[in-house]
Structure formats: structure tokens, C-alpha cells
Design a protein around this ligand. Structure first.
Ligand code: HXC
Length: 254
């Protein structure tokens, strides 16, 4: 499928998605969201892609496109929702990293929140300014942000609409790393993750995601079943054998 608002690249086993609408600071429109859904669908089936990075041309994304939303009625707003796309990214069975430079605002920050790992550089400004538009974050922000940084700080960001810089985002636990070059650092992290056993990574991600949605007993049970199923993989034998033989494991994803 041809993409108009994103571009896709592969670097070894890392897939890189660039949001590419620089004149509007990568403001997310309906087509861009559909293109993201398509890209993640393609790469879910692609064994050669083990990790995905989302980044943006100059900026990450300054939110949903306000021009598109101006005249929405509630039904149109629901149809415009990014929930499906961001849930697809959150549930994607491989690690997804966000490499953030410049603005990551509103739906742009909510996109980063759906990723597993966020790396920003000093230029990053992260915030949820929707309140200043008479709305509030509607693409998972009221759920994922408090889970990540706690309700008090999430309320501070959502009620005030004030963006924070990367240093503060690091202190809040909103980003994992503050780097000189967000994309270069994300590529290094992705290469490290691409060398890990994909099935164990996928199951660990599912366990962590589930842990927030189900009670402790069920979460433990789910973890036990997922963990035990690692022993059906060649990668488990390889990982343990390599340890015993004092060599580096070669994981094949089987
Ligand atoms: C549409 C946008 C945009 C947006 C920027 N642009 N953000 N267009 N929607 N979210 C456009 C501007 O209109 C302008 O276009 C160009 O990008 C450059 O932006 P400037 O404002 O001139 O740049 P600057 O002065 O540097 O200010 C940068 C900024 C500001 C602080 C990021 O653009 C801004 O406040 N943007 C809106 C941020 C926001 O409120 N995001 C939340 C959206 S609601 P022209 O044509 O004039 O050059 C949301 C809901 C999510 O995300 C849930 C949805 C389901």
C-alpha cells in the first residue's frame, strides 16, 4: 500500500515508521491513523521485523488535526477516535519504541504512550494541551498516563495542559531515556531487543499488559501459563544451553 503521511524503512531487524506531515508538525489526521494501522498489520506478519520504532520528521506529532475536528458532532468524534489504532500498537506482539524529538502533544503523546518504551532528546516537549481546546485527551491519555506516572502528575498535565521538557518527563517516568539523539539511541535499543528471543518477549509483553486489566490471581495464572509455554520453544533450549556452554545465544524466534 502506498503511504502518503508516513514512511517505512527497515534497518536490519528494526522497522522504522516516520510520521511525515512536517508542515503541520505531524498533526494526526484520519488517513495517517489508517496508514499506521496498515503498517503495523504488515509488520506483525513480517518475521524479519522484530522491533518497531515510531518517530517523526523533526517533531514527533503535535496532536490530532484540529482543523479536522472543529465541526465534529459527537458521532463524528467517535468515528475519528484513535483508540483502535493505539490499542493495536499496545497489543503489537513485538516491542514498539517511540523516538521523540520536538513536540509530542495531545494525540501525539498518546501515540507515544501506546508504545512500550519512550526515548526523547533535549528538544522534546511533551504535553496534553487538549483542555485549552475545550476537550480533554481522548486517545487513551486518561488511562495510560496515570498508569505510567500516577494520577496526581497525570492530573497536573491534563488539567493544566502545560507541556513539560524531557528532563522533567524523565523524572516523572514518562520517558525511559533522555538521549542526545533520540532516534540513534532508539535504533541501538531496538538492535539490543532484536537479539532477544521473540516469543518470550511477546509473552512477557502480553503478561505485563494484562496485569493492569485483570485481578492479581488471574494475572499470576496467566503469567504461569505463558511462562511455561516458553519451554515449548527452541529459543528456551538455546538460551539455557548457551549459558551452560558459556557462549552467546542465537535466537531464531522458534
Ligand atoms: C492542526 C496543527 C496542529 C494541530 C500544529 N499545526 N499543530 N494543525 N492540528 N494539532 C500546524 C499549525 O496550524 C501551523 O500551520 C503549523 O502546524 C506550524 O505550527 P505553529 O503553531 O505555527 O508553530 P509554533 O508557533 O512553533 O507552535 C507549535 C505548537 C502549536 C505549540 C505545537 O502549533 C500548537 O499549540 N499546536 C496545537 C497543539 C494541540 O493543541 N494539540 C492537541 C490537539 S487535540 P500553518 O498552516 O499555520 O503553518 C488532540 C486530541 C487527541 O490531539 C485525541 C484524538 C482522537
Amino acid at each position: 500500500m502506498p503511504y502518503d503521511f508516513i514512511s517505512l524503512d527497515k534497518l536490519e531487524k528494526t522497522g522504522i515508521i516516520r510520521l511525515q506531515r512536517p508542515a503541520a508538525l505531524n498533526a494526526l489526521n484520519h488517513q495517517m491513523i489508517k496508514e499506521l494501522e496498515q503498517a503495523f498489520m504488515e509488520w506483525e506478519a513480517d518475521e524479519n521485523v522484530r522491533v518497531v520504532i515510531i518517530t517523526g520528521e523533526k517533531n514527533f506529532a503535535a496532536g490530532a488535526d484540529i482543523n479536522d475536528m472543529l465541526d465534529f458532532d459527537p458521532e463524528q468524534a467517535r468515528a475519528f477516535s484513535f483508540h483502535q489504532c493505539f490499542a493495536q500498537i499496545e497489543a503489537f506482539p513485538k516491542p514498539v519504541l517511540a523516538a521523540i524529538s520536538g513536540f509530542a502533544l495531545g494525540g501525539g503523546l498518546e501515540l507515544a504512550l501506546a508504545c512500550d518504551w519512550r526515548i526523547a532528546d533535549k528538544t522534546a516537549r511533551l504535553g496534553l494541551p487538549e483542555i485549552n481546546l475545550g476537550i480533554f485527551p481522548g486517545a487513551g491519555g486518561t488511562l495510560r498516563l496515570p498508569r505510567l506516572i500516577g494520577a496526581a502528575r497525570a492530573k497536573e498535565m491534563i488539567f493544566s495542559g502545560r507541556p513539560i521538557n524531557a528532563q522533567k518527563a524523565l523524572e516523572y517516568g514518562l520517558i525511559n531515556e533522555l538521549a542526545d539523539d533520540a532516534l540513534a539511541e532508539a535504533i541501538q535499543t531496538a538492535e539490543m531487543l532484536a537479539s532477544k528471543p521473540p516469543i518470550a518477549l511477546k509473552l512477557a509483553k502480553q503478561c505485563i499488559n494484562q496485569a493492569f486489566d485483570i485481578d492479581g490471581m488471574k494475572a499470576n495464572h496467566f503469567e504461569l501459563i505463558a511462562w511455561a509455554s516458553c519451554f515449548a520453544t527452541r529459543d528456551q533450549k538455546e538460551g539455557m544451553k548457551a549459558f551452560i556452554e558459556k557462549r552467546k545465544p542465537e535466537f531464531t524466534g522458534t
